[in-house]
Write a protein of this length. Structure first.
Length: 76
């Protein structure tokens, strides 16, 4: 299954934490809401988390053809 990740336009700002400079999103609430949903501040049970279906910003986007799978699926 193909997946599409929605990501907001992230402006980059600088933030100081204990004298150290870090690059942070200028709009952290928009990033949190897009990534985790409008109730991003609520605790969710991790035993129900699935990496492929629990993400708020991931939507189904079709299926891979056999030819595409040869390019995108690698076994090492």
């Amino acid at each position: 299954m193909k997946q599409m990740h929605r990501i907001p336009d992230i402006g980059v700002c600088a933030g100081d934490l204990l004298g150290h400079l870090f690059w942070v999103p200028c709009n952290p609430k928009a990033v949190l809401t897009t990534e985790y949903g409008p109730e991003w501040y609520k605790d969710h049970p991790t035993e129900k988390y699935s990496w492929s279906s629990s993400q708020y910003n991931v939507k189904k986007n079709g299926k891979w053809t056999k030819e595409e799978m040869k390019e995108v699926y690698k076994i090492y």
